[in-house]
Write a protein that binds this ligand. Structure first.
Ligand SMILES: Cc1cc2nc3c(=O)[nH]c(=O)nc-3n(C[C@H](O)[C@H](O)[C@H](O)COP(=O)(O)OP(=O)(O)OC[C@H]3O[C@@H](n4cnc5c(N)ncnc54)[C@H](O)[C@@H]3O)c2cc1C
Length: 399
């Protein structure tokens, strides 16, 4: 039941991350009229390499974007654990694992995934860059928002797709600390132009409590990805990039391998990312005409390895339920939460269980991990991977 008969067609989405652009894609396809407001002046680049499979892959197939995603598949040859002199200490063949997954798996840079979805948006979709919502009021009829730029506009519905530190969630549900569960790690990533690094391997270096991964892509570019443990949360503002860079340098500059070389390039990057490894847990995701999607309401954290694919799945279900209810947001929001929340709870629990062993905490732990990888067959590893990545218990409706 598309098009003119639909109620509540005008929908504002805060955030043009994976959740926001996926939601706009589906809303437009289902006959709604989405508008996106994104605080950044352009689509944000950067981020880590994502194992893209399971329900997210199925949603991408429904969006007909798999051919475009295949073009940006990183196609790692192998995952290699290295020591400080770059000697291989353990490895796993990536391509064999992909085959075992019937090739329904890709490895994508977060920014490539975001870009492909963004490029597939209907050209009439309104996207406002470089602005944000400063005030929200809702009543029986609509939601009125005031933008930081001063403009005031009314929409039928509002969706917060603005990430772990969601602005809409903060304005409507209150302080982030009520919902955030910090897991004792920080993560950071950035890309470097003209950085020569061998082959198509995903190389990983560890010292106790710290991990760095490095991989080449698109010829002469490299992406670096850091994780370090910190039992307490560190004191810095989310927008204070200089302080975040300094924290990363303090943690990694002197630990060997290629770290000092990588960190010496940190000021030439345009896509520096730094955040806590945290989950967001909420009783309810919706209030009146306002709901949340993606990390804003259900961040499973880096520990799950599934943040981006689950954001796509959540967006598909939310848009699909709005379409099925013919725009009746009360029914749709309830169905969206009933369908998706139990599944997310399971994913969050599984990720939580993984938290303690996420980064080896001693030299012995690193040695043991390398040995296990050396001995473990691809078949056994793929079983473990499949278990972690397959999205059992979620049936994606054909909306
Ligand atoms: C540039 C970038 C790099 C990332 N790198 C990593 C990484 O290396 N490791 C990792 O674990 N996770 C990373 N993430 C997070 C990861 O992408 C998400 O967990 C996952 O994709 C779910 O996405 P989301 O769309 O719900 O949230 P996000 O990807 O966080 O997207 C939220 C979007 O909302 C925008 N936004 C934020 N505040 C406002 C506001 N006030 N008004 C309007 N818009 C706003 C943001 O600019 C962003 O575009 C990164 C996210 C981004 C944006």
């Amino acid at each position: 039941m598309h098009g003119n008969t639909m109620d509540n067609k005008n929908i504002l989405i805060s955030g043009a991350g994976i959740a926001g652009v996926s939601l706009a894609f589906w809303l437009k396809r289902f006959g709604f009229n989405p508008t996106i407001i994104e605080i950044s002046p352009k689509l944000r680049e950067g981020g880590y390499a994502i194992d893209f499979m399971g329900a997210g892959y199925d949603v991408a197939e429904k969006m007909n974007i798999l051919p475009e995603l295949e073009k940006v598949d990183i196609e790692f040859s192998k995952l290699v654990f290295v020591d400080k002199d770059n000697n291989e200490k353990g490895s796993m063949n990536y391509q064999k694992i992909k085959k075992l997954m019937n090739n329904r798996a890709l490895t994508l840079l977060r920014s490539d995934l975001a870009k492909v979805i963004y490029n597939s948006l209907d050209k009439e979709t309104e996207i406002i860059f470089g602005d944000t919502i400063s005030k929200i009021e809702q009543d029986e009829e609509n939601v009125t928002v005031t933008f930081k730029s001063g403009l005031s506009r009314s929409f039928d519905l509002l969706v917060g797709a603005d990430g772990l530190h969601s602005n809409v969630r903060n304005l409507i549900f209150g302080d982030e600390l009520q919902f955030e569960k910090y897991y004792g790690y920080y993560t950071s990533s950035f890309t470097i132009n003209k950085f020569s690094f061998e082959g198509r391997a995903f190389s990983m270096y560890n010292v106790p409590f710290k991990q760095v991964a490095l991989y080449s892509y698109a010829g002469n570019k490299a992406a670096a990805f850091f994780i370090f443990a910190s039992p307490e949360k560190l004191d810095f503002e989310h927008h204070d990039i200089e302080k975040q860079k300094q924290i990363l340098k303090d943690q990694f500059m002197n630990i060997g391998w290629k770290c000092s070389e990588l960190l010496s390039k940190i000021d030439s990057t345009s896509d520096f990312y730094f955040d806590t490894v945290s989950q967001i847990k909420m009783e309810k995701w919706s209030k009146g005409r306002i709901t949340l999607v993606g990390d804003a309401c259900d961040c499973p954290s880096l520990l799950s390895g599934k943040g981006s694919t689950l954001a796509m799945v959540g967006a598909y279900i939310l848009a699909g339920e709005l379409q099925q209810s013919n725009g009746n947001y009360k029914t749709a929001f309830e169905q969206y939460e009933n369908t998706f929340k139990p599944f997310i709870n399971k994913k969050q629990k599984a990720a939580q269980a993984f938290a303690k062993s996420f980064v080896p905490k001693s030299d012995f732990g690193i040695w043991l991990r390398n040995k296990v990888f050396k001995l473990m067959s691809v078949w056994l590893f793929s079983k473990i991977l499949l278990n972690q990545f397959k999205d059992k218990g979620l049936i994606l409706k054909d909306y």
